[in-house]
Design a protein around this ligand. Structure first.
Ligand SMILES: NC(=O)c1ccc[n+]([C@@H]2O[C@H](COP(=O)([O-])OP(=O)(O)OC[C@H]3O[C@@H](n4cnc5c(N)ncnc54)[C@H](OP(=O)(O)O)[C@@H]3O)[C@@H](O)[C@H]2O)c1
Length: 257
């Protein structure tokens, strides 16, 4: 049975990284589904995002917008307490937060470009933020309700598939994310037998994150955010508790760790 069919009541969903790119497309498509009661759209600048404001006008109270820097545990605790006042359970938690080349985070071509600051900035957003989000929202995930947690990883985080090298911080931060999610999937199964934790690769998608690196990507291999979101929602529907702790691509093919 698919995710939407397993629900006993309309879903409460949180999308972290909802103000741009794939997260915004996921938020838009989730709001269009009748099985979704409400979507919490979280980002550092979610309340000033004009696309989210437009969605709020169309969907009223079904869209709840929250500003939080998910690298900040105080902000995560505040988010958790606001969510717990509003709901006793979350059915879908999506984390699309990630950086490749922003601020101190660098897409290094070689060892000479590595720095502690760059490594730390990349790991903070790509590895630590998603797992700390899960930690703070755990009270809403435990129980017996159907609940899927999916974070966007990347195929380049696969150690077995790494033949090109480069992008040290990004690759390693996504490999660390995968291990953190796999570990959480084991704990979460004990706390909620109907849970499923997934690492998902969205495919190369036309967003702010990939803009500086699109030159050599053939047009047919560069997805629109709406297409990537549609594929990811299909994988979330198809995969349940027996698949927890796995890493899949946008097309449903498993990716080696
Ligand atoms: N695009 C691709 O080709 C591609 C390929 C493989 C994997 N991925 C992965 O897919 C995910 C989504 O990528 P994207 O291309 O959609 O990225 P994007 O367009 O840069 O969007 C990132 C989102 O995360 C939010 N965000 C960033 N840092 C945050 C923080 N500290 N706290 C709260 N929100 C934060 C941003 O909003 P604010 O700035 O408002 O906070 C924004 O909504 C990333 O994890 C990326 O690594 C992308």
């Amino acid at each position: 049975m698919g995710f939407w069919q397993r629900l006993e009541q309309p879903a409460v969903v949180a999308v972290c990284g909802a103000s741009r790119g794939i997260g915004l497309a996921l938020t838009t498509q989730l709001l269009a589904r009748s099985e979704v009661a409400e979507v919490w759209a979280i980002a550092r600048h979610a309340s000033s995002c004009s696309e989210l404001q437009t969605l709020a006008r169309a969907h009223g109270e079904r869209l709840r917008v929250h500003d939080a820097d998910v690298c900040d545990e105080t902000a995560l605790a505040q988010l958790a307490s606001r969510l717990r006042e509003a709901t006793s359970q979350l059915n879908l938690l999506l984390c699309t937060v990630g950086v490749l080349q922003t601020g101190a985070a660098k897409a290094e071509k070689g060892l000479a470009q590595l720095s502690l600051q760059g490594l730390q900035a990349t790991f903070a957003s790509n590895s630590f933020a998603p797992i700390l989000l899960l930690k703070h929202l755990l009270p809403l995930l435990r129980g017996r309700h159907p609940c899927t947690v999916a974070a966007l990883s990347a195929r380049v985080g696969s150690i077995g598939d790494n033949r090109l090298g480069g992008w040290y911080s990004y690759r390693a931060s996504k490999a660390a994310l995968n291990q953190l999610l796999r570990t959480a999937s084991i704990e979460l199964t004990r706390l909620n037998p109907n849970s499923c934790v997934l690492s998902l690769h969205p495919g190369t998608t036309d967003t702010d994150l990939s803009k500086p690196f699109q030159a050599n990507v053939p047009t047919e291999k560069l997805f629109a955010p709406a297409f990537a979101a549609q594929c990811l929602l299909e994988q979330i529907d198809r995969h349940g508790p027996k698949h927890t702790g796995s890493f899949y691509g946008w097309d449903g093919n498993p990716i080696i760790w």
